[in-house]
Write a protein that binds this ligand. Structure first.
Ligand SMILES: Nc1nc2c(c(=O)[nH]1)N[C@H]1C(S)=C(S)[C@@H](COP(=O)(O)OP(=O)(O)OC[C@H]3O[C@@H](n4cnc5c(N)ncnc54)[C@H](O)[C@@H]3O)O[C@H]1N2
Ligand code: MOO
Length: 388
């Protein structure tokens, strides 16, 4: 059985063939750029005004107004000492201008301009190249495009961008007891909820699940289901049937499909019977069926792998330390990811930690990592993975 760090290392060490695509700028949010981006020109491309007011030549309190420049005007005004032009935010500042004065600090009488205070050299002029110089590095390879990133790339004049492709993800749930929500449930049956949880979590991080199937605990059907899924998908997620029971067929069905085990079982709670395998450039996670186990394993193991497969620099859930609000004893003999709530900069471990219990996870906003059989006091710093 692997330790948590070892399992994460196995995942991280996978050699993956990444592929790229060109996407429209408007469809590039959440994708990682596949090569560095450098500025094709200076930003700003020309000296421009930061204020609505007057561009001034020379430092004084009185000027002669000789014209106007609005945003978008291309004409270069010839400005001499003692002269000013009316100017607006974003408009090109004449080359000879010493400063811009905001209009609130000015008074106009006819063609004469009077300032309330002396301007400072360069005041309210946004200089050419002040943000970026031509050829300067804007984004490293692997930068994941945010809304501000889209703004930046658009400002560089690019209407498309080369990014790493995201994986095609298929999801198979297994279990004779499973019934789809909305249908009538018989004796001994439960509603299938893991596929909704895992798809939602994946989607939340920008990884839509392409196809979902629910299969009974039947070896042949699971084997065929895996085979079909592996034809289409880059990443196959399975839920349930990965433990040691007589109806747990997933591991054997994967083997018979030529999937090579990378690890099976991690010393942790929840999620001990977690399986990770690969077949060429296709990857499989078989998540334990207990609802909290499958979702927790998704967050800790699958998510960073989806990001790795998509060429991201940043991987995994955001992680912070918070002081414990109430004492807690972790009686599990395995290191644990516990459902926890961060409020007012403190973290509280919630009731209902069993792997089968999802209520506490639905109220949690973090998974708190706590070592096996550890007694913790108020104020002890706890590593928290943010899930909401
Ligand atoms: N003899 C042993 N038994 C078990 C062990 C063990 O080491 N030895 N490990 C336990 C642990 S830990 C876990 S976790 C579970 C994992 O079992 P499976 O991955 O085989 O999952 P299932 O048996 O199929 O289901 C477990 C549990 O979860 C419910 N379930 C399954 N799928 C869904 C779904 N899609 N939506 C909602 N709920 C689901 C299922 O009904 C079971 O109650 O094994 C322990 N056993
Ligand atoms: O590993 Mo299981 O997820 O403890 O219940």
């Amino acid at each position: 059985m692997l330790k948590i760090e070892e399992a994460l290392q196995v995942i991280n060490d996978q050699q993956i063939e990444l592929s790229t695509e060109i996407r429209k700028l408007s469809d590039s949010l959440g994708f990682a750029v596949s090569s560095e981006i450098r500025a094709p020109f200076d930003m700003p491309a020309f000296d421009n005004s930061a204020m609505d007011g007057y561009a001034l030549c020379g430092i004084s309190k009185e000027y002669q107004i000789i014209g106007e420049v609005a945003a978008g005007d291309a004409e270069e005004l010839d400005l001499r000492e003692g002269e000013a032009v009316r100017i607006f935010t974003g408009a090109r500042v004449p080359a000879a201008a010493s400063a811009v004065m905001m209009q609130e600090k000015t008074r106009v009488e006819g063609e004469k301009l009077f300032l309330d205070e002396l301007p400072k050299e360069g005041q309210s002029i946004r200089r050419k190249g002040g943000e970026l110089q031509k050829e300067q590095l804007v984004f490293d390879k692997g930068y994941t495009i945010t809304p501000a990133g889209i703004s930046m790339i658009g400002a560089l004049g690019m209407d498309q961008v080369e990014v790493f492709k995201k994986p095609i993800i298929n999801l198979i749930t297994t279990g004779n007891e499973l019934v789809q929500p909305g249908k009538a449930k018989g004796e001994g049956q439960i509603y299938e909820s893991n596929s909704f949880a895992i798809s939602a979590a994946a989607e939340n991080f920008g990884f839509p699940v392409h196809k979902k199937h629910s299969l009974p605990d039947d070896f042949e059907q699971i084997k065929t289901g895996i085979s079909e899924a592996l034809e289409q998908a880059d990443i196959l997620l399975l839920s349930g049937g990965i433990s040691v029971g007589d109806y747990d067929f997933v591991k054997q069905a994967l083997e018979e499909n030529g999937v090579e085990q990378q690890f099976y079982k991690v010393f942790q709670k929840p999620g001990k019977p977690l399986y990770f395998g690969r077949k060429a450039n296709k990857f499989v996670f078989a998540l334990p069926g207990n609802p909290a186990s499958s979702l927790s394993c998704f967050y800790i193991y699958v998510l960073p792998f989806l990001q790795q497969f998509s060429g991201f620099q940043q991987k995994g859930l955001p992680k912070f330390q918070f002081p414990l609000k109430e004492p807690y004893y972790n009686r599990s003999d395995r290191p644990s990811f516990l459902k926890a709530k961060i409020e007012n900069d403190e973290v509280r471990i919630l009731d209902g930690q069993a792997s089968s219990m999802i209520l506490s996870m639905a109220h949690a906003n973090a998974l708190a990592f706590i070592d096996a059989e550890t007694n913790l006091q108020i104020g002890d710093l706890i590593t928290c993975y943010l899930i909401g």
